[in-house]
Design a protein around this ligand. Sequence first.
Ligand SMILES: *[C@@H]1O[C@H](CO)[C@@H](O)[C@H](O)[C@H]1NC(C)=O
Ligand SMILES: *[C@@H]1O[C@H](CO)[C@@H](O)[C@H](O)[C@H]1NC(C)=O
Ligand SMILES: *[C@@H]1O[C@H](CO)[C@@H](O)[C@H](O)[C@H]1NC(C)=O
Ligand SMILES: *[C@@H]1O[C@H](CO)[C@@H](O)[C@H](O)[C@H]1NC(C)=O
Length: 248
Amino acid sequence: MANPVIHFFGILFLLQTISAQTIAPAPAGPTNITKVLEKAGQFTTFIKLLKATQVADRINSQLNNSNQGLTIFAPTDNAFATLKSGTLNSISTQDQLQLVQFHILPTLYTMSQFQTASNPLHTQAGSSDDGQYPLNVTTSGNQVNVTTGVVDTTVSNTIYSDNQLAVYQVDQVLLPLALFGAPPTAAPAEAPAPSKPEKNVRAASDAPSGSSDSSTDASNAVAVNGYTVKGALVVAVITAIMMSVSWL
Ligand SMILES: *[C@@H]1O[C@H](CO)[C@@H](O)[C@H](O)[C@H]1NC(C)=O
Ligand SMILES: *[C@@H]1O[C@H](CO)[C@@H](O)[C@H](O)[C@H]1NC(C)=O
Ligand SMILES: *[C@@H]1O[C@H](CO)[C@@H](O)[C@H](O)[C@H]1NC(C)=O
Ligand SMILES: *[C@@H]1O[C@H](CO)[C@@H](O)[C@H](O)[C@H]1NC(C)=O
């Protein structure tokens, strides 16, 4: 009769060999937003802006450190080209940063999750999640429209999606109302006056960001990454151990 212990280690060895082959090529380091956009092509202006504002680094470190997920609306080069000339240069460096962050949602939305998203969506623009730079979506079937109050556009393509990050192509730059809204009649809402009496009037709907996280549970997106493979292996190892034990 075969020695069950030897049999057990035999199976383990076999599994390790399989796992080394299956897992090794999968995760090539954390996701790099610049690489994702470079690979997609036609996003050179957005990449430049992401780099100039150092948002690219921030995105990459967020992807590496948190599991909350991100959604990015990436305007094409053509979208930037059709802006009225001087649009980007008409705003300060600080506002350019807000503009870039306006294209980023601090939550993962799959295309179908937009259907149940409640407007306005929070963006990463603004000093905190206070709804100063809101963005609305409307959906119909697979179509997702985005509106800022200044610009209406449609998600025209999914460039990238995993269980942490979704990058969608938009064919217009999302110009936030706070920066490009009403013509300069009175004092623009954007410039914070030196002393404002009601400073604590913050959107009451704001959940404490960070703690409540309903985003990751819906991450059953495209899951051909190391974790799913590992999960399958754990099951396989447990099965193998149970089989070996039953031989004793
Ligand atoms: C991301 O990719 C870009 C270009 O492919 C590269 O220059 C940059 O160093 C990468 N960043 C990280 C954190 O790997
Ligand atoms: C990702 O995070 C880990 C752990 O915090 C860190 O050691 C590693 O250097 C980070 N990698 C990148 C590319 O930032
Ligand atoms: C999205 O926008 C297009 C073009 O403006 C429009 O025809 C369509 O009805 C919109 N769909 C939704 C769901 O708002
Ligand atoms: C966005 O949606 C909110 C809530 O429905 C609404 O109050 C607001 O007017 C909308 N803004 C735009 C620009 O569509």
